[in-house]
Design a protein around this ligand. Structure first.
Ligand code: SF4
Length: 808
């Protein structure tokens, strides 16, 4: 058995300035990472420069500073933040050192969040559109008018017997306000509550199919010795990104004194790849074949956990079904089809490298195989994630330190049941308009990219920007062409707001009460609560409060379903469950005169004499967690009928009636050949400094981009110099990048860290709304990606598309 430790590593391609700059943009990493990264210092320097020119940039006023904790709500990472105030003005955001998720780290977006609060693209007052959507004009109205108007539209739907035509698309957060939206739809009589997909949904599907559980996946990264990352953008927004920075910054002094080896498998030298122990530049879309070839080596060389596999798995060996028919098991399948030599031809990863990585994976236990990109989009479908997850089962790494766990439930009190009248009952019986849970997509919960816009009469959009970010562009266009009435609950003038009928200005996370349950990939329960750090600017309001008012305007059972005076009453009601559970801790902290000397101690929930004491501590410290609560018993994580991990998914067979055994097991299938003339493969690229979910990146971060990412308004795509040479293109040249779905004009940057034949296009550009710092910068990469639906999960598959590139 080869041993990984001490193996000399090398990278096969050089790193150029762009990658260096991208690496430097990694602005997290706890105290160590923050000290080593120049980005926070750039931010401070640039803030100082620009403060002189931009009146909306926080201008420190004279006065005593104070500090307050909160949780960052820009993404679902669940990071804790410390915010510095001077009088009532917020002037700086740092990661909260006491927060269990990020432990002091903060990403560039989190650090720049003050520009979202004070920036120029805020929605300020309720606006009603006058004139056509293509050429809108906006008229300010009062909140009372806005609430009456939304209530009238909902009332009209109900009066016409079409309550099910009310729909909502919201963000992916597990928050009380999102529960309010779902509740509102139920009370009106609609099932069409949709959340944008997150990475957790793909993982949850894999767990449901292979382990029979419905919870989210959790990784004990802090105790692992080896991460085999199949394209996970670990340092560009994957999972709880603050946590990943912290884990990365401390990887040489990992738990138990072991350093953490990271092997990054992806076609380009990303920030994660450039900082990994080893980078394997795989042919795009072949990850499943590689994972199964690693499984081949583990099995054929006897490197897997035989005890675990024998006792706790199903479908490993060949087996006989109840009819006595012989079925092929995972082992036969893998040994028969995925030898390193044959997989080398598929993946273009040398057979000896596959052998070496398999041996390293076995030798460096506990080791984790990770898959999936940050936004829930899939590269090659759910079978790819199943293949990767099989490696964790072969290593026996379920419910073991350094292995796979499930996310534990947070013991919040449930809100009282929704009240529904007869109309609501009738509407609620009508199937969803996105097909989630239907016969075609039985495993899906939310499929906004599959929404049938023709079946929606009124759409509520809450803190998402589907016009920009929905991976299926046809659906994105249909929403705004076909749906008669759209209300955008947004803090910003984004693309979706610009095409709505009514814009309701929502307070930003720093101005409002809000909460967040869990953090992606964290094994123990965490609850974050935020309170207003400043009074809401302009006329912005909490979306939860607005829904309460709309419900009251509608009256009847809809109003009865919202018995609270405001959102904070419901938050308090739910938090009572934490107190009554008597479990967990709050990291109570007292700030002394200087920020750096703050100290915090975990205070057990049971030590608070009353709920009021507990609530006050929760409001002040913003985070409850229960690190002792993990799914460390195997029976908690294996809930298939036989209580086993299933290499052969019986649920998959039963749900879809598959007769072919292969369709019930992880496997690789060859993608269809590229259409004629489209010989390249276009892949999107996540940049840590750019929001790629439709949110507007703050000006400070736009200013950090190097000239070979964005120059004036020109976006650069990366191609290998040899690819450029074959296409007759030079570095910096203006080109057309075309896919079967469309074409965009960009410039090229030649970079040896991209595989030949691949074009990398950054996400997060090409906004047509927001402010002058973001608008019309580059192109929206999604315009040339044609999302397909994964047959099993229904999730969008759009991570690569055939392409060609030629001179303008
Ligand atoms: S990772 Fe997400 S939650 Fe954490 S600081 Fe960054 S934007 Fe905020």
């Amino acid at each position: 058995m080869a041993h990984a430790r001490g193996t000399k590593r090398h990278k096969s391609m050089n790193v150029d300035r762009r990658t260096f700059v991208k690496g430097m943009a990694l602005a997290g990493g706890g105290a160590l990472g923050i000290m080593l990264s120049p980005t926070p210092w750039y931010l401070i320097r640039d803030l100082a420069f620009w403060t002189q020119n931009w009146p909306w940039v926080p201008a420190p006023a004279p006065g005593e500073p104070s500090f307050e904790k909160s949780i960052c709500r820009i993404c679902d990472g669940g990071c804790g933040i410390n915010v510095r105030k001077v009088d009532m003005r917020l002037v700086r955001i740092d990661g909260d050192k006491e927060h269990p998720v990020n432990q002091g780290s903060i990403c560039p977006m989190g650090a720049a969040a003050l520009q979202m609060l004070y920036g120029p693209s805020r929605t300020k007052v309720p606006l009603r559109r006058v004139g056509p959507r293509e050429n809108p004009e906006w008229r300010p109205i009062t909140w009372a008018e806005a609430i009456r108007e939304v209530a009238l539209k909902v009332r009209q739907l109900r009066a016409a017997g079409r309550p099910h035509e009310l729909a909502c698309i919201t963000n992916s957060a597990h928050s009380t306000v999102n529960q309010f939206f779902e509740r509102f739809l139920h009370a009106v009589g609609s099932r069409n509550f949709m959340q944008m997909n997150s990475a957790l949904e793909a993982h949850s599907t894999v767990l449901a199919l292979m382990q029979g559980v419905d919870e989210g996946i959790a990784y004990d990264i802090e105790n692992a010795r080896y991460l085999l990352s199949f394209g996970c953008n670990l340092l560009e927004g994957w999972g709880a990104c603050g946590r990943m920075y912290h884990a990365h910054a401390n990887r040489s002094a990992h738990e138990g004194g072991n350093s953490l080896e990271i092997v990054q498998i992806e076609p380009n030298l990303s920030v994660t790849a450039s900082k990994a122990s080893r980078w394997i530049p795989i042919k795009p879309g072949t990850d499943a074949a590689l994972a199964l070839s690693i499984a081949h080596v583990l099995i054929s060389d006897g490197l897997y956990d035989k005890t675990f596999v024998e006792r706790h798995t199903f479908g490993f060996e060949d087996w006989k079904d109840s009819d006595g028919k012989r079925r092929r098991g995972f082992k036969s399948e893998v040994l028969g089809r995925y030898s390193p030599r044959s997989v080398e031809l598929i993946t273009q990863v040398p057979a000896n490298v596959i052998e070496e990585v398999a041996h390293e994976f076995a030798a460096n236990q506990p080791a984790l195989a990770l898959g999936g990109r940050c936004d829930g989009s899939l590269f090659a479908g759910i079978y790819e994630l199943m293949a990767i997850h099989s490696l964790n089962a072969l290593a026996g790494n379920l419910s073991r330190p350094g292995g796979i766990f499930l996310q534990c439930d947070v013991p919040l009190k449930s809100l009282s049941p929704v009240k529904m009248d007869e109309q609501a009952e009738q509407g609620f019986a009508i199937p969803r308009s996105d097909g989630a849970g239907s016969k075609e997509h039985p495993l899906a919960r939310h499929l906004p990219h599959n929404l049938d816009a023709g079946k929606v009469g009124v759409l509520l959009i809450h803190e998402v920007n589907p016009s920009y970010a929905l991976p299926n562009r046809k659906v994105a266009r249909a929403i705004f062409e076909d749906i008669p009435y759209i209300v955008s609950f947004s803090s910003f003038i984004d693309e979706s707001s610009m095409q709505a009928d009514l814009i309701l200005p929502i307070s930003t996370p720093l101005e409002r009460w809000d909460d967040h349950t869990g953090a992606p990939g964290i094994p123990y329960p965490i609850y974050g609560l935020s309170h207003p750090l400043v009074n809401p600017l302009y006329e912005s309001r909490n979306a939860g409060d607005v829904l309460i008012e709309i419900a009251r305007e509608l009256g009847g059972t809809i109003a009865e379903s919202f018995p609270w005076n405001n959102t904070v009453e419901a938050l308090r009601e739910r938090a009572a469950g934490l107190y009554e559970s008597g479990t967990g801790v709050i990291h109570t902290a007292e700030f002394s005169a200087t920020y750096m000397s703050q100290t915090a101690t975990p205070t057990e929930v049971k030590s608070f004499p009353t709920f009021s004491d507990f609530w006050n501590a929760l409001v002040k410290n913003c985070c409850w967690s229960d690190p002792q609560c993990t799914t460390d018993q195997l029976e908690q994580t294996l809930k298939t009928p036989g209580k086993k991990f299933e290499f052969f998914s019986q649920r998959l067979q039963k749900t879809f009636g598959y007769s072919n055994d292969l369709e019930c097991m992880p496997h690789y299938h060859e993608p269809p050949p590229n259409p004629q003339g489209f010989d390249l493969l276009i892949m999107p690229e996540n940049l840590i400094t750019m929001a790629d979910n439709g949110l507007g990146t703050p000006p400070l971060l736009i200013k950090q981009l190097s000239n070979d990412v964005l120059s004036e308004n020109d976006l650069f795509v990366q191609v290998n110099p040899i690819t450029a040479m074959y296409q007759g293109l030079k570095d910096g040249e203006s080109v057309i990048l075309e896919s079967p779905a469309g074409k965009v004009r960009v410039r090229i940057h030649t970079f040896a860290g991209v595989r030949e034949g691949v074009v990398l296009i950054p996400l997060g550009f090409g906004h047509t709304a927001y402010d002058r710092f973001l608008r019309n910068k580059g192109v929206n990469a999604l315009e040339i990606f044609d999302a397909k639906m994964d047959t099993v999960s229904g999730l969008a598959v759009w991570w690569a598309v055939p392409g060609k590139i030629y001179k303008v």
